[in-house]
Ligand binder design. Structure first.
Ligand code: MN
Length: 133
């Protein structure tokens, strides 16, 4: 079964673009617009992978990730930061804070889904990467 992905992003246009691309490739997508909403969504029904913006209202992506990690224990799922931070050292800092990886914004629509898939294990891949719409 294709992965269920939670997209946590407060910018509506970015959220819609990521959701659109992932759905086009066969993934089931849920969205959250702040960190608290993300934690609540995971508590209700844990997804297979989370894309997490870092700058979020109410609760930021670092704090939400910490809470989600604690909530899911001992299970772990990939949590990938999606953020505009581009300074040297940010990648290392992000990985040190419990993320599995980092996708810089603005995202590249042509390669976004493939990049997300690089964080998934084989059974979660949708239809071995269908052609883009
Ligand atoms: Mn944001």
């Amino acid at each position: 079964m294709a992965a269920r992905i939670l997209v946590v992003e407060d910018n509506a246009a970015n959220q819609q673009l990521m959701a659109y691309l992932l759905k086009a490739f066969g993934y089931t997508v849920r969205t959250a617009a702040d960190g608290e909403e993300a934690v609540a969504a995971v508590a209700r029904d844990a997804p297979d992978l989370i894309l997490m913006d870092l700058h979020l209202p109410v609760m930021d992506g670092y704090q939400a990730t910490e809470k989600i990690r604690a909530l899911l224990q001992p299970k772990t799922i990939p949590i990938v930061a999606v953020t505009a931070f581009a300074m040297v050292g940010d990648r290392e800092r992000i990985l040190a804070r419990g993320f599995d990886g980092y996708i810089p914004k603005p995202i590249t629509p042509e390669s976004f889904v493939h990049t997300v898939e690089s964080y998934m294990s084989e059974p979660l891949l949708a239809g071995a990467t269908k052609a883009a719409p």
